[in-house]
Design a protein around this ligand. Structure first.
Ligand code: ADP
Ligand code: GN1
Ligand code: MG
Length: 381
């Protein structure tokens, strides 16, 4: 077994570890089912089903947090408790349902927002958002529009959150310039000897240095405001209500930190406006749909309700390009480094993911004028 494989095996959740975690949260009823859940790339997520007397079945989410990525889990959970409490108050004030419209942390038996198991790993639990679905691909265009309204609204609800109290859970998370530096290092070290076989993809990244610099340069010139943003706004991080089809709840709050509005917009486009899944191997299926882009622009601007500056609005297409480029570069760096960051489910999975992102970047470049025109249309609406 290679050391990489060994590390991965060791990193798996054992049944014993799972049992220990379950026993240490404040759950009621008889445990009926426990299954791995969702298609997130980072944490180990389980759905537990409890049978509670006359109430019937009640589900909860249990997650083992990724210790390699989140080095300060206690601070991270402090962020989540702070942000969800803030959202809860706003939702109640607006007459909404705080049980379904924000994440709700279930406390561990010792009253903490997390449980540390005997292996030193951190677990947390959330109420399950019922009657709602998270999608890996847009099935109905209106769902994408609704997700845009919800992500825009999420950002707006956090506009008055004290940003200085938020911990930086991943340093330089969307510092694309720094990401490019890390990428170059991964190419240089080439620890798995994979670089020669992906020279075309490496060249694509290196030929787009200007894309890596755009936002950093504008920030230095003071032309962009820093806001409290989600930073991981892909479609499967929002729950769509099965009946009303509204974006009912924004989830995956690990990276809520000070950031740029365009990045939240852009990450949604990267994932949701693509005509294929993020890991599609047939690149002829991958493009950035202008129909979906337009729906998202409309929804996001409505959700933000006039809170964005003219410069931010003008830079929305750039947000889409930067986030797609950055994500492709991160996938490729992880491929070169031996797939230690993103969970993979097949050989070359991260390479496949990187390729879809670069195909999307090139496609966006060929549609640049159309994207700018669509944004202008809704900016002036
Ligand atoms: P990751 O960081 O690994 O992406 P997420 O927090 O996004 O982890 O969770 C993974 C998936 O689990 C989500 O995409 C969603 O499908 C599901 N999920 C997470 N939290 C909830 C919840 N409270 N209710 C219902 N489903 C959830
Ligand atoms: C990860 O956690 P998840 O699967 O929702 C990653 C994002 C990437 C995304 C690519 C903390 O998101 O930054 O854009 O994969 N999250 C983290 O699909 O790195
Ligand atoms: Mg997620």
């Amino acid at each position: 077994m290679s050391s990489q494989e060994e590390k991965k095996k060791m990193g798996r959740v054992s049944e014993l570890q799972l049992k220990e975690a379950i026993a240490n949260f404040n759950y009621f009823g008889r445990l009926k089912a426990c299954e791995p859940f969702g298609s997130g790339h980072i944490n180990d997520t389980y759905r537990l089903t409890f049978e509670i007397g006359d109430m019937g079945d009640v589900c909860v989410i249990l997650q083992r947090m990724n210790r390699e990525i989140f080095k300060k889990p206690v601070e991270l959970m402090e962020n989540i408790v702070g942000v969800t409490s803030h959202l809860r108050k706003k939702i109640i004030k607006a007459g909404g349902d705080p049980e379904r419209e924000t994440l709700n942390v279930i406390l561990a038996k010792d009253g903490k927002a997390y449980y540390v198991d005997s292996m030193g790993e951190y677990w947390r639990s959330f109420k399950y958002i019922t009657e709602a679905t998270s999608y890996d691909l847009v099935e109905k265009p209106e769902d994408f529009y609704e997700s845009a309204v919800a992500f825009g609204h999420f950002q707006r609800m956090l506009a008055d959150y004290p940003a200085e109290t938020l911990h930086e859970t991943i340093e330089g998370f969307h510092d694309t310039k720094a990401r490019l530096r890390a990428f170059k290092e991964a190419v240089e070290k080439d620890v798995c000897g994979r670089a020669a076989s992906v020279q075309k993809e490496i060249d694509f990244v290196l030929s787009h240095e200007d894309t890596a610099n755009v936002f950093g340069d504008l920030l230095e010139k003071g032309e962009l405001p820093i806001r409290v943003t989600h930073n991981d706004t892909k479609l499967n991080n929002i729950m769509i209500d099965n009946t009303t089809r509204k974006g009912i709840c924004v989830i995956d709050l690990d990276t809520v930190m000070p950031g740029l509005a365009m990045n939240d917009f852009g990450d949604s486009i990267r994932f949701g406006a693509s005509t294929a899944e993020e890991d599609e191997q047939d690149l002829s299926k991958v493009s950035c749909s202008m129909e979906l882009f337009e729906l998202y622009v409309k929804g996001f601007l409505e959700g933000c309700a006039g809170s964005l500056t003219d410069k931010e609005v003008e830079m929305l297409p750039m947000g889409a390009k930067v986030m797609t480029y950055e994500c492709g570069m991160r996938f490729l760096a992880d491929y070169l480094e031996g797939d230690h960051y993103f969970k993979i489910h097949r050989e070359d999975h991260n390479l496949d993911r990187a390729r879809t992102q670069f195909k999307l970047v090139a496609d966006m470049e060929s549609k640049w004028d159309t994207m700018a025109e669509i944004v202008r249309k809704y900016a002036n609406a």
